[in-house]
Design a binder for this molecule. Structure first.
Ligand code: F6R
Length: 609
């Protein structure tokens, strides 16, 4: 997935394009590029491998003046992240940027190669540029040429195309990857999302799959997949024109970890009635929990782990059978779904391709669908029957932290509401659980005070080649999350396991070089987890025990290191234990000197399969 932007402006657009690309860098940062029409028939293109600042440096030396231009920030799919593979790609008078994958690019490329077309990159995108240029060479007008080629493309993509000879035209197309049109006064924009367009306009039209659009500075023509001219609504977005900054923190991730007590408070205020100690669901939630046979939750990565945590809550507190699956697996599994079923999809960005596909599958199976997103107005939010949100604020660090705990907060409140609706918990139990939940910000603030100590422990595990994380029950997903965080930002290999599963294989890995992070609040599973911990200790494994005062007193003595987490209701523990595992990963990464906010090979929003 990549970020694309296009501007039909009245002033030179290169700077504005870079400004928009900064907001899209979360979608990929393997390379970036800009192309502008400098005079009729003449396009200038500046591209640079690596992060956007490399492009910015290069642009300083080349004063682009064109008022029509497109730009791109890349997450490599076809071809290594070098300059020749950086977008925009050019063929004849066609200049194009692309997000997504052209799945049938190989036969199309073979066809072009047979005709003697010479390729200058390894990308699938260049195929599209040549196909449109071929139509242009036959005399087909620009937008008709794009429309004709679109019919031949398979896959999920968004495109923005300009033509060297057409100063007042930009064509965009959307199939499975997001694309928004921004309306200015005598200016028009295209962007992968509304946030990219926020510096220019808050008036945005989202294209639907199969749509293509032809823009001039003063007109918009949208056609659907059948070629019919249609009107799509214009929305007023609330995307902020201001870029989030790091404040006093060294990294966005550090800031986002530190923000958790506050944003959990904001999220709780929307989903809990503090005075009544009751769950309070937004009116958008129409799921009839009382009459549900099964709940399906699907998502990717960290959002999936929020869903996995929620399974424990929905099953225990609402007695609601809950199935959780990774969206990329679920979408192709052809899972039968019950008549009285509902599905929750979870996504920080609201744009993840696999989660979107899973949502569409659930809708096709007549499930009542609910999206839980952090970005209102995102594709997933718009397509689900209903959408509710977390109040995490913009999450810039690629590794999800505050969005995860906000997702947990909403899911906890939903589970309590479902329990109440199904008669699985009493009003008193609801009071107890919601009362416990409202304590989360206070406990989180206390955990953050221990950051210095956690950073010291992190430095000790940063030397390891492999790290294991163990957890049981509702804390098993937190073990998985701890391992995911550590590997994605510090590049240290880590695995999360259900503590009881260790003896069925992974225990063979244990020796004195392997730190084992044990997540073990003193709850009803504590003794079982401690037994598994002893099995590790007996084989020389270095145990880092995350537990409360009672746990430290009972079993802290023979461990390598201890991290204290405040004693709280067991319902809360995933929310609280998420913080030390985030901090361990963060400080290990800082110690290793990695690019914490933009780790290698990753992107914040994954809009390809
Ligand atoms: C890990 C991480 C990813 C995302 C995943 C889903 O720290 O951030 O695993 O959780 O790519 O993204 P969203 O939530 O945007 O659907």
């Amino acid at each position: 997935m990549c970020g694309i932007v296009g501007i039909l402006g009245t002033e030179p657009v290169a700077r504005g394009i870079v400004e928009a690309l900064k907001r899209l860098e979360y979608r990929g940062y393997d390379s970036a590029g800009v192309a502008t029409i400098e005079s009729e028939g003449h396009v200038e293109r500046v591209r640079a491998p690596g992060k956007l600042h490399n492009l910015e440096d290069k642009l300083k030396a080349s004063a682009l003046k064109g008022t029509t231009g497109i730009g791109h920030t890349r997450w490599a799919t076809h071809g290594v992240p070098n300059e020749p593979n950086a977008h925009p790609h050019v063929s004849g008078d066609v200049v194009i940027v692309h997000n997504g994958i052209i799945e049938n690019f190989k036969p199309l490329k073979d066809e072009l190669l047979k005709e003697g077309v010479v390729f200058s990159s390894q990308t699938d995108t260049e195929v599209v540029a040549h196909l449109i240029a071929r139509e242009r060479a036959k005399g087909v007008p620009p937008k008709e040429a794009v429309a004709k080629v679109l019919k031949r493309l398979e896959g999920a993509f968004a495109l923005a195309v300009i033509f060297a000879s057409e100063h007042d035209l930009m064509v965009g197309a959307r199939m499975g990857a997001p694309l928004a049109v921004g309306h200015g006064d005598g200016q028009m924009y295209l962007g992968s999302d509304a946030i990219a367009l926020a510096p220019f306009t808050n008036r945005v039209t989202y294209l639907e799959d199969g749509d293509w659009v032809a823009l001039t500075r003063n007109s918009i023509e949208i056609r659907d997949g059948e070629g019919r001219q249609i009107v799509r609504p214009m929305n007023f977005t609330q995307a902020s024109a201001f870029m989030a900054d790091k404040g006093k923190h060294r990294h966005f991730m550090a800031k986002e970890i530190a923000e958790q007590p506050e944003v959990i408070g904001h999220t709780l205020a929307e989903y809990a009635d503090f005075a009544e100690k009751a769950a309070r669901l937004p009116s958008e939630v129409k799921i009839d929990f009382a009459n549900l046979d099964r709940l399906t939750i699907t998502a990717c990565g960290t959002a999936y782990l929020a869903g996995l945590t929620a399974k424990y809550w929905f099953e225990r507190y609402a007695r609601l059978p809950t199935e959780v699956d990774i969206a990329s697996e679920f979408r192709y599994r052809e899972a039968p779904m019950p008549k009285k079923g509902a599905a929750i999809v979870i996504s920080q960005s609201g744009e993840t391709a696999d989660t979107l596909a899973a949502l569409r599958y659930c809708k096709a199976q007549d499930q009542d669908t609910l999206a839980l997103v952090n970005v209102p107005g995102s594709t997933i939010a718009r397509e689900a029957h209903a959408a509710i949100r977390t109040y995490a604020g913009p999450e810039i660090g690629v590794a999800s932290t505050k969005a995860f705990t906000c997702q947990l907060t909403v899911l906890a409140a939903l589970a309590v509401a479902a329990g109440k609706a199904r008669g699985a918990i009493s009003r008193d139990q609801e009071r107890e659980l919601i009362g416990a939940l409202t304590e989360a910000p206070r406990h989180m603030a206390e955990i953050l005070k221990d950051e210095k100590h956690i950073a010291e422990v992190a430095r000790e595990i940063a030397h390891a080649q492999d790290v294991l994380y163990l957890g049981r029950g509702v804390n098993y997903p937190i073990a998985l999350e701890g391992a995911l965080k550590l590997k994605e930002i510090s590049y240290i290999h880590a695995e999360g396991y259900a503590a009881g599963e260790l003896k069925h294989g992974p225990i063979a890995l244990i020796d004195e070089n392997v730190p084992v992070i044990v997540i073990a609040p003193q709850d009803d599973l504590f003794d079982k987890t401690v037994s598994n911990m002893e099995e590790v200790a007996a084989r020389g494994g270095k145990i880092v025990l995350l537990t409360d005062d009672g746990g430290i007193e009972a079993h802290g003595q023979r461990t390598f290191r201890r991290i204290r987490v405040p004693k709280a209701h067991a319902f809360l523990s995933p929310l609280l234990y998420a913080l030390p595992v985030q901090l361990l990963a963060y400080h290990a990464a800082v110690f290793m000197g990695t690019d914490v906010d933009q780790p290698r090979n990753l992107a914040k929003s994954v809009t390809v399969e």
